[in-house]
Design a protein around this ligand. Structure first.
Ligand code: A2P
Length: 317
């Protein structure tokens, strides 16, 4: 299937490193609330930080991250290292004035593989333990590539998220919908269980309110209504009637945020469902690789399988 020529994508210009980790700003926790269901297997919190009076106010945008410096020292007595957390807030901030930014934090709780002793992620648990009124050191913002385009109305959007990879889309989707953007916007959110979906009620409400916003979930360890277990990329197949028109319209941008590895499955599915110039809007694939898409592996990405400037990726291990 071929589609009209894709317009050039010009990304929103954003500032970076207003505060360096060596000279951070102080922010105050103004809210910390669960953003998963009460019975969720994992614990995620939506944490809001007041940055008023600092140079971060009004200068942090969805798709960027902030650096957080946890209090205390590590096992060797050195101060804890900086950790990056994606912003979940829209451009206007949580308060409408750019003074309150937010992030989405999952408590890291695991076992040491060797000793099988409890292992708690330092920064995530420190952040989730913070109380309203606590003050923390932040740097940034960081990142300029995973942002919205300048001309938001010139594009449609397919946002893929797993887990806390949802954070930037919360801000982006608020930005788009509050500006009455009439583009088609699809959010495909993956989590192990229904109870682990983040900001689920919020996205359901937005989908009800805005007919151009489509919210699709992919639950990997439970049934999904008429479908068995799904990964985000499976939605491309089972919801092709909704997603194919967006992807073949010649205006779509694809954003991928979350678990490293998810991009491979998404690229394979795109290669199976699109062809010719439509696929080339998103992926340049060597003819040899095109012969057996199901056998692709991650080492082929950026080599035999190259995402175009219309695909944005922010994936982490
Ligand atoms: P599963 O762990 O059942 O294999 P969280 O960050 O909350 O754990 O959620 C991550 C989600 O992404 C889970 O549903 C997980 O499924 C799913 N997932 C794991 N690997 C991939 C992959 N390669 N492609 C897409 N989704 C994946």
């Amino acid at each position: 299937m071929s589609s009209p020529a894709a317009p050039e994508v010009q990304m929103r210009p954003v500032e970076m490193h207003i505060y360096r980790p060596t000279d951070p700003a102080w922010a105050t926790v103004v809210k910390s609330e669960l953003c998963t269901g009460k019975k969720a297997a994992g614990i995620c919190r939506h944490i809001e930080l007041d940055v008023s009076g600092t140079n971060l106010a009004g200068r942090c945008f969805p798709g960027q991250s902030i650096g957080v410096l946890p209090d205390g020292v590590d096992g060797t007595g050195r101060p804890h290292k900086l950790r990056l957390y994606s912003l979940a807030s829209p451009s206007r901030g949580e308060d409408g004035k750019g003074n309150v930014i937010s992030t989405t934090v999952k408590r890291m709780i695991d076992e040491h593989w060797e000793t099988h002793r409890l292992f708690l992620g330092v920064a995530s648990n420190w952040l989730c333990d913070l109380q309203v009124g606590d003050r923390i050191r932040v740097s940034g913002p960081n990142g300029k590539k995973f942002v919205l385009p300048v001309n938001t109305n010139a594009h449609d959007y397919v946002f893929f998220a797993t887990g806390t990879g949802i954070a930037p889309y919360r801000g982006m989707i608020i930005d788009l919908l509050e500006a009455n953007c009439s583009s088609q916007i699809a959010l495909i959110m993956g989590s192990p269980y229904q109870t682990d979906l983040l900001y689920h009620d919020f996205f359901l409400r937005m989908a009800q309110q805005y007919p151009n916003f489509h919210y699709l979930t992919a639950i990997s360890r439970e049934r999904n209504g008429e479908f068995d277990r799904l990964y985000v990329q499976d939605r491309l197949r089972v919801d092709a009637d909704r997603l194919l028109p967006i992807l073949t319209g010649g205006r779509a941008l694809v954003y991928i945020c979350g678990l490293a590895g998810m991009e491979l499955g998404i690229f394979q599915e795109l290669a199976l469902m699109l062809n010719g110039s439509t696929l080339e809007q998103f992926l340049k694939v060597d003819p040899e690789a095109m012969r057996d898409v199901r056998r692709w592996n991650r080492s082929m990405i950026h080599k035999q399988v190259r995402p175009t400037p219309r695909v944005f990726m922010e994936v982490y291990a």
